[in-house]
Design a protein around this ligand. Structure first.
Ligand code: FAD
Ligand code: SIN
Length: 521
């Protein structure tokens, strides 16, 4: 099938849905989602969204905290812009019907604090903020007459001049995006979506690792598509590991224990129940994530254990049960009463700071192609994202991208000569085990060699092993009928390769990139 729209959006998390609502008055909008529309990292966000809402805090403080967490390599202009826009974007979310918790008097937002923040500035909805944001946005989108939301449609590749038979390299100056090819997961046909403007809002790539807090849809599809289309990517070596995922090895994805719990007074403890963060940072359990995750990793290795503890018992019982109801219930299910027992935790891959390089308008190096949310790299996070700045970045850049796209839309036209997907010569793929086994291998390579602590030797090992599974998988891809699983595997391999390559190229320890062979910048 061929479809023609003005605005095509790949992804229905906070970034994709916010953009859709903004551009909807200006044309026909189509949102594709490879799973159920609500499935994505957004739904699982716990802590909340950072913004300076009152005079007791200041933009300067939020800017300073972001720059410190980013370890000196954030883009200052981007940081200033994002933080100053935050209150307006929060007001819009509230207008869309998103409920943030209020103080007991009901006149102010109740604000939490998380690692790296010098102030209480995290707006939240109990400990399930993301689910509330996703609910509010989805309801608005489903009610909008100009927006068509199509679930279980898997975007495979961006359509560019390459598909018109032209040679495109990373040096081609004016690569253009004409839309995407997408696999309809019900009919198993590949459809052609032509669009004047395309937004990638495909989320993260946590599934490159064995243990991740991100849902199974986080396979780096947008980044891999831009890589194949020869667009510019940046900062992928900065993979953020969240210090406190619940230790429950059989569970995938790993359940998160929000940093807001440390903000409320919970303390990290070693396997013997002793505090240890004083050895690593004066901000103790509330130091930025790169520092805390590395400290936990080191303590686990020193003691030869596979988890440590978070002790939340000092937080009042009422505050724990009412303020963190999701975590309380989840732990209780596993026999852990967090008002009485310490919570077993370990770090897990959580967030990708790098991605598709975009300018302040959210536009990528490929014309008419925008990116927002976790798949993008704006310069806000530098070497390490400050907690709860991700949802914020997604709404700010969805807004900027929408404004820019709206200002251009009347000058643009569809590339109607783009051909349909060519599936000739492919045979059925009957060897699902090849895909599942290769995915496991890939995750183990990345977890063992390209994790929290790296070295030249480990990176080289990863690189060599990735090359082999890349070749094997390309061979499989070239003779197989396209499936979602095979596409995701290809995308994960591309992302793993890019993370490793950029890690090898970074010759100093900065932010989340830490190698035993390098010095600090
Ligand atoms: P997502 O919400 O991940 O959505 C991605 C969308 O893209 C999905 O709809 C998916 O189906 C679609 N998609 C992907 N690939 C394709 C494809 N090939 N074809 C079609 N559709 C595709 N950040 C904060 O700021 N505060 C927090 O408190 C917080 N807590 C978090 C807790 C957890 C457990 C996790 C995992 C992350 C948390 N983060 C938090 C990070 C934040 O939630 C994410 O970075 C953010 O939600 C990403 O939003 P997004 O719109 O970019 O992508
Ligand atoms: C958390 O709630 O700890 C996650 C916050 C984030 O990832 O920004």
């Amino acid at each position: 099938m061929r479809y023609e729209v003005d605005f095509l959006i790949i992804g229905s998390g906070i970034a994709g849905l916010s953009f859709a609502l903004k551009v909807a008055p200006y044309g026909k909008v189509c949102v594709l989602s490879k799973a159920d529309a609500s499935e994505g990292s957004t739904k699982y966000a716990q802590g909340g969204i950072a913004a300076v809402m009152y005079d007791s805090d200041s933009f300067d403080n939020h800017v300073k905290d972001t720059l410190i967490a980013g370890d000196g390599i954030c883009d200052r202009e981007v940081v200033e812009m994002t933080i100053r826009e935050a209150p307006d974007r929060i007001k819009e979310l509230v207008q869309y019907g998103v409920n943030f918790d209020k103080s007991r008097e009901g006149d102010r937002f109740d604000l939490h604090r998380e690692g790296g923040h010098s102030e209480f500035r995290i707006l939240h909805h109990k400990d399930n903020t993301g689910a509330e944001i996703e609910r509010g946005l989805l309801e608005e989108v489903r009610n909008h007459p100009n927006i068509e939301l199509k679930e279980h449609q898997f975007a495979i590749d961006i359509i560019t001049q390459h598909h018109l038979g032209q040679r495109v390299t990373k040096h081609t100056p004016d690569i253009e995006c004409y839309g995407v090819y997408a696999l309809n997961c019900e009919t198993q046909q590949v459809d052609t979506y032509l669009a004047k403007v395309t937004l990638l809002a495909t989320g993260g790539m946590g599934n490159v690792y064995t243990t991740t807090t991100t849902p199974i849809i986080s396979t780096g599809d947008g980044v891999a598509m831009v890589h194949r289309a020869r667009g510019v990517l940046s900062d992928l070596e900065f993979v953020q590991f969240h210090p406190t995922s619940l230790y429950n090895p059989a569970e995938k994805p790993a359940f998160l224990i929000t940093e807001a719990m440390r903000g409320a007074g919970a303390i990290l403890k070693d396997s013997k129940g002793n505090e240890f963060m004083q050895k690593y940072d004066s901000r103790l359990s509330l130091a930025p994530r790169d520092i805390v995750a590395r400290a936990i990793d080191k303590e686990m290795k020193l003691a030869g254990v596979d988890h440590l503890y978070l002790d939340a018992r000092g937080i009042g019982k009422n505050e724990l049960i009412n303020g963190f109801p999701t975590i309380y219930a989840k732990c209780l299910e596993l026999g852990i009463n967090i008002t009485k027992d310490m919570i077993p935790i370990r770090p897990a891959a959580h967030y990708q700071c790098g991605g598709i390089k975009v300018d302040m308008h959210g536009e990528s190096s490929i014309h008419h192609l925008y990116a927002a949310g976790e798949c993008s790299c704006t310069g806000l996070h530098g070497g390490n994202r400050l907690a709860s700045n991700s949802l914020l970045e997604a709404v700010v850049y969805a807004h900027n991208a929408a404004e820019h796209a709206i200002s251009k839309i009347n000058e643009l036209s569809l590339c109607k000569q783009a051909p349909d997907w060519d599936a000739d010569g492919m045979v059925l793929n009957e060897e699902m085990v090849l895909i599942t086994q290769t995915k496991k291998e890939l995750q183990e390579i990345m977890s063992n060699y390209v994790g929290i602590v790296r070295s030249d030797l480990r990176l080289q090992r990863a690189f060599d092993r990735l090359n082999l599974i890349f070749r094997e998988t390309e061979e499989l891809y070239n003779r197989s009928v396209l499936t979602e699983e095979l596409s995701e595997l290809r995308n994960l391999i591309a992302c793993a390769y890019l993370i490793t390559k950029m890690a090898m190229a970074r010759r100093e320890n900065v932010g989340l990139h830490y190698s035993i062979d390098l010095l600090r910048k």
